[in-house]
Design a protein around this ligand. Structure first.
Ligand code: SF4
Length: 267
């Protein structure tokens, strides 16, 4: 089996296990698989070999692999299952022992725009939702300044647990949580992503480039355009509020890419 297929099988099996853990016991079967290639005498029939390990139904595996074959409601349900799985996660022992609760996300499956931040802070850890403190209120203003509603965008973080003292996530913590983020984004299927701050950008995009070098152009995350801008916490009065102007420039670039009008008033 190729490396790609091994990775695919592993991802699918993890997802199916999380579905089973949440009590999902069945999924609709897809169409039968072709066992031969209709390409003339040069091609040999593809042998049907027994699976190497006990596997879930192929239709469920395929559905779990990509949100594209799931209905919106199925994606909503799968996100709930994933959030439940995250709530029990203890991969980062230090974070799991100090968190009040995990902070999965806020926003609808199918949101056109997704904001990805770094990690929950004290307010988020207490309330269980991302970006609800002072920085979160500023993010809401930025969203509204773009002519959007907070309820229509999806907001999540690289880490689902608060690092003590709001320290920057450690590389192994970001790596531990990466699978959750990837599955989350597969199910939400945003058309555009905004990475908030250098930590979110470097982890999402797997880059060591500085935020200054990443700003001002679009990057790619699995075919989704990614805009990088400052974290709202950096824009608060005691830090660098003058950078709000730069964020507005980034948002204008994003709105243009999204084909949306640019509101006259700055956020
Ligand atoms: S940060 Fe992510 S991987 Fe680490 S314990 Fe929390 S949910 Fe699990």
């Amino acid at each position: 089996m190729s490396t790609e297929n091994v990775d695919l099988r592993k991802q699918l099996q993890q997802h199916v296990q999380s579905l089973r853990g949440a009590g999902v016991e069945w999924a609709p079967l897809g169409p039968p698989l072709e066992t031969a290639q209709p390409c003339g005498t040069a091609c040999q029939p593809v042998p049907t070999t027994p699976p190497e390990v006990a596997s879930p139904p192929l239709s469920l595996l395929a559905a779990a692999d990509s949100g594209s074959v799931l209905t919106l409601e199925e994606r909503r349900q799968a996100l709930k299952v994933l959030a439940e799985e995250v709530s029990k996660c203890t991969q980062c022992a230090a974070l799991a022992s100090t968190r009040t609760q995990t902070v999965f996300a806020q926003g609808p499956a199918g949101a056109e725009l997704c904001f990805v931040g770094e990690a929950p802070g004290a307010d988020e850890d207490a309330q269980g939702f991302p970006f609800v403190g002072a920085a979160g209120q500023l993010l809401t203003k930025i969203i509204q300044g773009c002519g959007l509603k907070r309820e229509e965008v999806y907001i999540c973080n690289i880490l689902k647990c608060r690092p003590p003292g709001n320290r920057t996530p450690l590389p192994n913590e970001a790596a531990n949580c990466r699978g959750f983020l990837e599955r989350q984004l597969e199910l939400v299927k945003p058309k555009f992503i905004v990475a908030l701050g250098s930590s979110a950008a470097s982890n999402l995009l797997n880059t060591t480039q500085s935020l200054g070098k990443l700003r001002g152009r679009f990057h790619d995350y699995k075919g989704i355009p990614v805009m990088v801008t400052y974290h709202p916490a950096y824009l608060l009065p005691h830090r660098a509020p003058e950078k709000k102007r730069d964020v507005w420039e980034d948002m204008k670039m994003l709105l243009t890419k999204m084909g949306k009008p640019i509101p006259q008033k700055q956020a």
